[in-house]
Design a protein around this ligand. Structure first.
Ligand SMILES: [Zn+2]
Length: 224
């Protein structure tokens, strides 16, 4: 890989990681970034100092890192390409939803504006990726979905699967797909056992039992 391609990939991966971590806490500490990226804090510091000089983040020692507007734009554009690629691989090439993330992690850095526009058009300007994550629009706006964890729903309600929280765990995605709980599917909550016990659902006329850990990964929207 040429050094400029490697640079682009590292820059985009860092900005994406900071974008995700900032949803929990902003500014983001360098140790949190190191943990998320599986690298040493010293190399994170070096990288964020470079991104700061490029105007993509603001880094203050002991305070942490925040994305600038320019950095946020790069993060959202990378996320857009990632999610468009995932959908393209699933819809156009027939890959299963548990294998698209891994490929998209690589391809998102190689896509240019032209390719992005073509994928978007061929897919019919989609709003969501195969895991139910919103695809940021070209102008950087991103849909907010009002979804909540399955276990927080009232018993007896009907709800629709909106989003799977973790798109990186292919075993989990296979399991969830086997239960029929893909985005868009309507389910009825039949029973929720206390103390993080199992949840019984009706999916497509069949009874299904889901453990709390899996349920926590599935975000739902109530059907009106
Ligand atoms: Zn993904």
């Amino acid at each position: 890989m040429s050094s400029s391609r490697k640079d682009r990939r590292a820059t985009e991966d860092y900005l994406k990681a900071i974008y995700y971590l900032a949803e929990e806490q902003d500014p983001v500490s360098t140790s949190r970034i190191a943990e998320a990226r599986g690298t040493r804090p010293a190399s994170v510091t070096k990288m964020v100092q470079r991104l700061d000089r490029q105007g993509l983040v603001r880094y203050r020692k002991h305070r942490g890192v925040s994305l600038t507007d320019a950095g946020l734009q790069v993060a959202l554009s990378t996320l857009r390409r990632h999610r468009l690629t995932e959908l393209f691989l699933a819809e156009a090439l027939g890959l299963s939803w548990d294998e698209v993330h891994e490929h998209a992690e690589v391809l998102e850095h190689a896509i240019n504006d032209r390719l992005e526009e073509r994928m978007d058009a061929v897919l019919g300007y989609p709003e969501f990726d195969p895991h139910g994550d919103p695809i940021p629009a070209k102008d950087g706006t991103i849909a907010e979905i009002n979804a909540r964890p399955m276990a927080s729903l009232p018993v007896g309600c009907k709800a629709r699967v909106a989003r799977i929280v973790d798109d990186t765990n292919s075993e989990l995605l296979c399991y969830i797909e086997g239960l029929g709980l893909v985005p868009g599917i309507e389910v009825e909550i039949k029973q929720i056992e206390p103390f993080e016990g199992p949840i019984t659902l009706k999916v497509d006329g069949e009874r299904r039992v889901v453990g709390h850990k899996v349920a926590a990964m599935i975000l739902m929207t109530l059907c009106s």
